[in-house]
Design a protein around this ligand. Structure first.
Ligand code: IDC
Length: 469
């Protein structure tokens, strides 16, 4: 049952963190501020966006969207970024042979986001290894890289249970070379990323690369996977990317099983060989108790999900501190708009992200009950909730960002080397107040883009800006 699964995942998560539960959220209050994702002017970027899209898992490897959809999304929802799905099997249909026509199609869509001033994170997506591992159930790897050694497979419902099928476990075991027989698969994957990074290194809209969606360890799990196998693999991919691209950010995900529910991750630091400050981002997902699989946010289930909120909120920042990396919530959502508690759940994770000072990418942009259009062109519940006032660029060290309808409060401290205004997205014409001395700060409102620019007083160290309709 759903409740059984939720109880299991929560128990798993709690077991993983027993003993550290007493460590309070304020234990690190005096430490240096956590690193953040920054733009060319040194401003902190808060990324709000949509995963675009699950439909890219089809044969073409391209999402359903058209240029107009991107225009509308930027205008109506104020998104400043996209987690854009690409797939290994489309990039490298034959070993060592890259389909540059596919990458051209990707580049064409990236340009649509560029026109809207948005940032693109290219996500090398996979679920249950690839379409050839289990009768079309999965997506990601090409057929030639899918080595199941003839083991059986039956697609399961819900889809995530397919991960435990013998053929799937073996496909991963061969990929990670747990079998000792296929070192070439990780090498191919690494070279494939270098090819993609070379293609997009100088595309100004591309912010970075999400190296692998929801990595899964096969028969090696948790401490036997993340530290000894996944981390060194990421390191090799980062090193390969840095030979062709020094500047874009690299997003690394913990193993999904466990961390999606808030359990501790044992992912280890990945070094960034680029000159200057490192640009590695920890990019976990949040799917407490299978809320994407027909789950609800009410009654006893809600209490269990709230426990997973608490775990996630402690364990993911702890992993990010260990990596000395900024954090970004790469997937969250997947709940139908009619599911009990869908609005509350959405409000709660949005607040969690604001409290942590991190951005997010909602799952997903596909039309339907979990999307931002219902398939008949009508906005869903999520359209409005996700069109949330936020500071998309902060000209200094962020201190707080909080939204309590209808008021957005943002505060930050000056930071050397940062230029440009703080930029706030707001759905309606804003009224602005600031703690800076009168006459020493100014604003500009772009009514078309709904972006408020705030130039703070450079001679005041800390700034708090309040925006209301
Ligand atoms: C889901 C899609 C669903 C599809 C499934 C397998 O919503 O239609 O059948 O993938 O392809 C993830 C994955 C993401 C999932 C999403 C929601 O990264 O691909 O999409 N999810 O289930 N991890 C946890 C949840």
């Amino acid at each position: 049952s759903a409740l059984g699964r939720i109880t299991l995942t929560t128990a798993l998560a709690l077991a993983g963190t027993a003993g550290t539960a007493a460590a309070g959220a304020h234990a690190h209050a005096d430490a240096a501020p956590p690193p953040t994702i920054t733009d060319d002017q040194g401003r902190t970027l808060i990324l709000h966006g949509l995963n675009t899209a699950s439909s890219a898992k089809g044969d073409s490897g391209l999402p359903w969207i058209d240029r107009d959809d991107v225009v509308r999304e930027a205008r109506e929802m104020g998104t400043d970024s996209v987690r854009y799905l690409i797939l290994w099997r489309n990039v490298e249909p034959k070993p060592g042979q890259y389909d540059d026509a596919y990458l051209d199609e990707v580049a064409k869509r990236v340009a649509w986001y560029r026109e809207q001033g948005m940032h693109v994170i290219l996500d090398m997506h996979q679920d249950i290894y690839g379409p050839d591992a289990c009768k079309g159930a999965g997506d990601g790897a090409p057929a030639w890289a899918t080595i199941t050694d003839g083991l059986p497979c039956t697609p399961q419902d819900p889809w995530v249970l397919t991960y435990l099928q013998p053929a799937i476990l073996r496909a991963y075991d061969n990929f990670w070379n747990n079998t000792g027989k296929h070192p070439e698969l990780m090498q191919r994957y690494t070279a494939m990323w270098q090819h993609v990074a070379k293609r997009f290194a100088r595309d100004p809209a591309v912010l970075g690369y999400d190296l692998m969606n929801e990595p899964f360890g096969g028969t090696r799990q948790f401490g036997f996977f993340e530290g000894p196998i996944l981390t060194p693999f990421y390191q090799r991919v980062v090193n390969a990317i840095r030979k062709v691209d020094r500047d874009n950010w690299v997003f690394v995900e913990p193993e999904a099983l466990g961390s999606n529910e808030g359990a501790e991750s044992s992912i280890a630091p990945v070094k960034d060989p680029r000159p200057g400050t490192p640009r590695i981002v920890l990019a976990p997902h949040f799917y407490p108790g299978g809320v994407d699989l027909g789950g609800a946010y009410s009654g006893a289930t809600k209490l269990l999900i709230q426990a997973q909120f608490a775990l996630w909120k402690r364990n993911m920042p702890a992993a990010a501190r260990r990596l000395n990396a900024p954090m970004w919530l790469g997937e969250v959502g997947g709940m139908g708009q009619d599911a009990p508690g869908a609005a509350d759940f959405t409000g709660d994770w949005l607040s969690m992200a604001d409290d942590l000072g991190i951005g997010w990418s909602y799952w997903s942009n596909d039309p339907g009950s979990t999307g931002v259009t219902d398939g008949k062109g009508n906005p869903t519940l999520f359209t409005k909730l996700l069109a949330r006032p936020y500071a998309r660029a902060i000209a200094g060290t962020p201190v707080t960002m909080s939204y309590s309808s209808p008021t957005l409060t943002v505060s930050w401290r000056n930071k050397a080397g940062v230029s440009g205004p703080t930029e706030i997205w707001f759905p309606s014409t804003p009224k602005v107040t600031s703690t800076d001395p009168a006459g020493k700060w100014r604003t500009a409102w772009d009514a078309g883009r709904h972006v408020l620019s705030v130039w703070a007083d450079p001679n005041t160290a800390s700034h708090t800006v309040t925006v209301t309709p």
